[in-house]
Write a protein that binds this ligand. Structure first.
Ligand code: PRP
Ligand code: URA
Length: 247
């Protein structure tokens, strides 16, 4: 009999190795690389469609076109998971038969904040599920020697303080880019933030938890480690280059 995979699992990263936990496991704070964080701070989306498409993307023979299409499709599936707990409010409507109390998502429209370039790969898929979301663009690149994030562009809605912001980047490696993006968004008033990626390195998760313990993370996989060049192993290579056919 084929095994049915659970939809999502929560994990705790301790000392660089992911420790798997089932859905609904305790929410008690735990120590992670010297930082205390809730056990459900990291959600690995194990949906079979996500895992299947991710494996296709990792294949070094995948074309630029195929890579981009898959990233877009996974973006849509991750949007479904990351919005699972958004608060609803009652909303009165009339169906053709009569009145009813429906439900709608409470509060202002979400903000999608892709980190350029590769984060843009998630954008169309997410916007197809969240068509009225606002978009903040954050231009960052990793200095190849220091691996520090260098900002070259930032444009965001002015009322970030009132909105839930989903920060998008397929790769969480050293976490320098994610931390720089979150620092910048918080400096502009954002207080309700979520980080969505495709692959995360345990080192990056621990560093992100230390810098921004209030920001939960959704990922399709926690990979093994970073190599000496700061690349995720086994990873999928350079996401931006694979997406745009550069290099
Ligand atoms: C890649 C990736 C992330 C960053 C992750 O971007 O898209 O933004 O690296 O690495 P980190 O966690 O170590 O910061 P890159 O700097 O290559 O820019 P690009 O997307 O424009 O290619
Ligand atoms: N950025 C990428 O695109 N890939 C990695 O493996 C690490 C950082």
């Amino acid at each position: 009999m084929p095994r049915r995979a659970p939809r999502v699992r929560r994990v705790v990263v301790r000392g660089g190795r992911p420790l798997r936990r089932g859905v609904g496991s305790g929410n008690a704070p735990r120590s992670v690389a010297g930082v205390t964080m809730a056990a459900d701070r990291v959600t690995v989306v194990e949906h079979p469609l996500v895992q299947h498409k991710l494996t296709l993307m990792r294949d070094k023979e995948r074309s630029t076109q195929g890579f981009r299409r898959l990233l877009n499709e996974i973006g849509m599936l991750l949007a479904y998971e990351v919005t699972r707990d958004l608060p609803l409010e009652e909303f009165a409507i009339e169906t053709p038969i009569g009145p009813m109390e429906g439900q709608r998502i409470q509060g202002k429209k979400l903000v999608l904040a892709p980190i350029l370039r590769a984060g843009v790969g998630f954008l169309d898929g997410m916007l197809s599920l969240l068509p009225s979301a606002r978009v903040a663009h954050i231009g960052l690149y990793r200095d190849p020697d220091s691996l520090e994030a260098v900002e070259y562009y930032f444009k965001a809605p002015s009322d970030l303080a009132d909105r839930t912001v989903l920060v998008l980047d397929p790769m969480l490696a050293t976490a320098n880019s994610a931390i720089a993006a979150l620092d910048r968004l918080k400096a502009r008033g954002a207080a309700d933030l979520r980080f969505v990626c495709l692959l995360a390195a345990p080192e990056g998760l621990a560093k992100l938890a230390a810098a921004h313990p209030d920001v939960p993370v959704w990922t399709a996989s926690i990979d093994s480690h970073l190599n000496e060049h700061g690349y995720i192993v086994p990873g999928l290579g350079d996401a931006g280059d694979r997406m745009y056919g550069t290099r």
